[in-house]
Ligand binder design. Structure first.
Ligand SMILES: [Zn+2]
Length: 313
């Protein structure tokens, strides 16, 4: 090899060394840059632990919002009537919607009243324990029932000039009844209690007899099944004037007088002609219920039944 050639090889080797060094430095630089870039990307993608916690919190917060919007949708279906009436019962909301779907012809306010009165349920099948026990507003009907051992407190016998023998009412209703009958007597009218408190067992036999005579379907229109009779509350009274049979009470002067004055003593006509839908019973001109003066006045003035009063209060 000539010196020239040797020098050339040396130069080549030197160049090669520079080239390799360059490559190494370059590769390292690329690696470093790449590493930094990757790190930047991954840190921005992967939230820190704190952020993860935050995320969980926001998810938790979202859940009740969703429920709220479901509730809002339900209220929408009911025309947001809850803002207009104070007897909207949140616990009945699904029943309101179902009843409205089944009865599109009924207005929404009436839907609320009907469901509060349980008209979406089946009488006697969907049983509910009687409410407002031992108060003037105790409610017993084809949905609300009293246990067989329920006996009202303080039953007292009505004075014999105003009742058949042995007739009892709860003390305050008894006093009110005597005052009413006494006031009527001053106008030569004879209001006599002929059926008042009746025990569960008494009703068992009475209903059996009616059902045997008339069949269950007809008996149900005028007689309460055991536990469902208002007479078990000690606040209900059937009256007559001792001349006409009680079923003709409507034709008597005593009836006219009671139409005008019964509420002044705390009594209401319990099953009016135009309230069969609400009460579940046919018109009974002879059956009165003590509810107290204030409520009796309200019910009379607003021409509603006890069921409607309770559904809207
Ligand atoms: Zn009665």
């Amino acid at each position: 090899m000539s010196t020239k050639m040797k020098r050339k090889v040396k130069i080549k080797k030197k160049n090669m060394a520079i080239f390799i060094t360059f490559i190494i430095v370059f590769a390292f630089a690329i690696y470093e840059i790449g590493y930094v870039i990757v790190k930047v990307i991954t840190t921005s993608k992967e939230p820190k632990v704190e952020e993860k916690v935050k995320e969980k919190k926001t998810i938790k917060k979202k859940e009740p919002k969703k429920e709220l919007s479901d509730y809002g949708e339900k209220l929408n279906k009911l025309d947001n009537i809850n803002k207009e009436i104070n007897y909207f019962r949140e616990e009945n909301i699904d029943r309101y919607i179902k009843y409205k779907e089944e009865n599109p012809e009924i207005g929404t306010i009436q839907i609320i009243k009907d469901v509060n009165m349980n008209l979406d349920l089946t009488p006697y099948d969907d049983k509910i324990k009687a409410i407002n026990l031992d108060t003037e507003t105790i409610l017993v009907n084809k949905y609300y029932y009293l246990d067989d051992n329920y006996i009202p407190d303080n039953l007292e016998r009505i004075k014999s000039q105003y009742a058949l023998s042995g007739m009892k009412l709860v003390d305050y209703a008894k006093d009110a009844f005597e005052n009413m009958a006494k006031a009527a007597a001053k106008e030569d009218l004879n209001i006599v209690a002929m059926s008042t408190y009746r025990s569960y067992n008494y009703q068992v036999n009475l209903y059996k007899r009616y059902a045997r005579e008339d069949g269950t379907e007809k008996a149900d229109t005028y007689s309460g099944r055991p536990g469902h009779s208002e007479h078990q509350t000690g606040l209900a009274v059937d009256v007559y004037n001792q001349k006409e049979t009680y079923t003709n009470f409507e034709k008597t002067d005593e009836f006219d007088w009671m139409q005008e004055h019964a509420h002044e003593y705390g009594f209401i006509l319990r099953f009016p002609k135009d309230k069969v839908r609400e009460t579940g019973y046919i018109y009974e001109s002879w059956h009165y219920r003590y509810v107290g003066k204030e409520i009796a006045k309200y019910i009379k003035e607003n021409n509603i039944s006890l069921e409607e009063y309770i559904a809207t209060h």
